[in-house]
Design a protein around this ligand. Structure first.
Ligand code: IPD
Ligand code: CA
Ligand code: CA
Length: 260
């Protein structure tokens, strides 16, 4: 039943994305240059809320555009109504709806849906991860030097030792391909599907990563913070890999050199 409502919710959000895509919509600025929110983000969120409230009116909701809707429930829905809003606003079809369900502090279900390339990623804790109903697995690469990585950058420049640009520069100087898609939820799903061997990012929010985190773990990958501790979506740092390159990527993000 929870799964059914989750899938209905991502589809409802995605239908709103499709309705507005490449059309006319209002775009506003949030905190930080080019941190956008569009009419479609609000419409997607509204459609998702309607589905959840119909089946589970008492559940706690945490959603990017509305914040926390606190309820006394062990279940929490963690929602990004459009992940990849800058792509969406520019007509770039790399964006998605991302929804996770947490029960008593553990993410138990996650779904990420990109309607523009018709990819629905889904995971249930303990049952593996799927792309359009087919099981997926992380890649088999064993070193960073021969890996294909992906990362993202925060909306406002983050000036810190081993910051996003320093880590990126180090990898690029070594010739390691590092892509930047603009949707953390899709970055994570593409690690789960074996398209990327690893993903790291310095500043994410729970709604960006909660569903993708479960999808990577259920596809056999590993997700941690920058210290190598098991990931929590409530802190900003993330490293998600196929598991085999994990320790090496943790070391590189913390200032270590790229071997090879
Ligand atoms: C953003 C995307 C992007 C990441 C940003 C996020 P939004 O989410 O996930 O890839 O680099 O940090 O804020 O704003 O498109 O929902
Ligand atoms: Ca997001
Ligand atoms: Ca968003």
């Amino acid at each position: 039943m929870l799964k059914h409502t989750l899938l209905k919710a991502v589809e409802a959000g995605a239908a709103e994305m499709s309705r507005f895509f490449n059309g006319q919509f209002i775009i506003s600025n949030k905190e930080g240059m080019n941190n956008l929110v569009t009419e479609a983000d609000h419409a997607s969120e509204k459609a998702i809320f309607e589905v959840i409230r119909q089946d589970y009116p008492d559940h706690f909701i945490l959603s990017e555009e509305s914040g926390e809707i606190i309820q006394d429930s062990t279940f929490k829905w963690i929602i990004d109504p459009i992940d990849g809003t800058v792509n969406f606003a520019n007509g770039i079809p790399i964006c998605c709806v991302s929804i996770a369900i947490e029960e008593a502090g553990q993410i138990i279900l996650g779904a990420v849906y990109n309607p523009f390339i018709n990819e629905l990623y889904f995971a249930q804790h303990g049952f593996g991860a799927t792309l359009n109903d087919k099981m997926i697995q992380v890649s088999q690469k064993t070193d960073v030097f021969s890996s294909c990585l992906v990362t993202g950058f925060p909306y406002t420049y983050l000036d810190s030792p081993n910051g996003p640009l320093q880590v990126f520069e180090k990898l690029i100087r070594k010739g390691v391909p590092v892509r930047r898609l603009g949707s953390a939820a899709i970055d994570l799903c593409w690690v789960a599907a074996g398209r990327f061997d690893g993903f790291y990012e310095h500043k994410l929010q729970a709604w960006d990563s909660a569903a993708g985190f479960l999808i990577v773990e259920e596809a056999g990958g590993k997700v941690t913070d920058f210290s190598g501790n098991r990931y929590s979506p409530y802190q900003p740092h993330i490293i998600a890999t196929n598991g085999k390159i994990h320790d090496e990527l943790v070391s590189i993000v913390n200032g270590g050199e790229v071997a090879g």
